[in-house]
Design a protein around this ligand. Sequence first.
Ligand SMILES: Cc1cc2nc3c(=O)[nH]c(=O)nc-3n(C[C@H](O)[C@H](O)[C@H](O)COP(=O)(O)OP(=O)(O)OC[C@H]3O[C@@H](n4cnc5c(N)ncnc54)[C@H](O)[C@@H]3O)c2cc1C
Length: 328
Amino acid sequence: MTPVSYLRAGSAADALRLGAVQGHRLLGGGTNLVDLMRKGVEQPGVLVDVTGLPALIEEAADGSIVIGAAARNSSVAAHPLVRTRYPMLSRAILGGASAQIRNMATVGGNLLQRTRCLYFADAAGSRCNKREPGSGCDARGGFTRYHAILGASPACIATHPSDMAVALAALDARVHLASAEGVRTLSLLDLHRLPGDRPDLETVLAPGEMIVAIELPPSDVAARSIYRKVRDRASYAFALVSVAAGLALDGDRIVDVRIALGGVAAKPWRALRAEATLRGGPATAEAFARAAEVELAEAAPLPGNAFKVPLATRTMAAVLAQLSGEQA
Ligand SMILES: Cc1cc2nc3c(=O)[nH]c(=O)nc-3n(C[C@H](O)[C@H](O)[C@H](O)COP(=O)(O)OP(=O)(O)OC[C@H]3O[C@@H](n4cnc5c(N)ncnc54)[C@H](O)[C@@H]3O)c2cc1C
């Protein structure tokens, strides 16, 4: 067993100072990090607990909702502001893990959880470019049912497992970061990276940089929005494919639309091509099916996950049809 020390950050300044030390890792609820430590995938020498940092969920002057990185997943899902203004986010969180895990898991930890690729988690027996750059990828040619069909690379076909992140991608959420160098804010769409030839670099976070909050901007499409997750079991299973979508209509015309997919790529996949196809056009079943086909046109599946292409196409079209029916 590898010894590990535990420190508790009393303030954001504390967390930044302690978290920036090489070999130290921030600890949220620990539901992912501690699992991976048990498997020998992660080996931090010191854990810096950040669950005592602000977990507020509050409305800003411009109507945005700001959620502290230490807020527990279950608190976010249950919050009245989230449930009424951003129902897809509430549904996405409740579609993930179990009640016990959601009670522990934090917003920051959820966004930065690692892939569930079996070969990544098998430190003792499998080659993985994400875990050990340049070692190879045993997922290719292996069991690929849960792997990526969009944005993958020869080096890595892993998917990002977070449900919450998919809803946040559709909602144009912003991520507030802090480091010893200062603070910055970026779009959630820019937080995670596609693998390219460096799948070990999963986000744009600099060493020692931490998530302090996320921000949900006011949205015309969010109040009537859906998160649909297709999975092998009705609960306690990661997405094969998921769709987060919101639609604003004027009669039968689409005024605005937001769509993101989960379970298909190394990051939450914002369906910008589908959105562009739909915006300003008619809200018909044909238009929804066509937009979904446009989005999936560049999918590059493997034999073991080719089923995800029609599954994602049909799920996206069905979710949009449901939304348009609800608003008719
Ligand atoms: C059995 C099981 C089933 C699950 N099913 C699902 C599912 O269906 N859908 C889903 O979305 N998730 C699922 N999960 C994953 C779960 O949601 C994550 O484990 C959880 O959200 C991680 O949050 P945490 O606070 O526990 O993170 P931790 O494990 O504490 O941390 C995860 C990572 O985030 C880093 N980190 C934490 N906080 C910060 C911060 N503020 N700034 C920078 N870095 C930080 C840590 O250093 C670590 O690298 C499942 C987990 C389990 C065990």
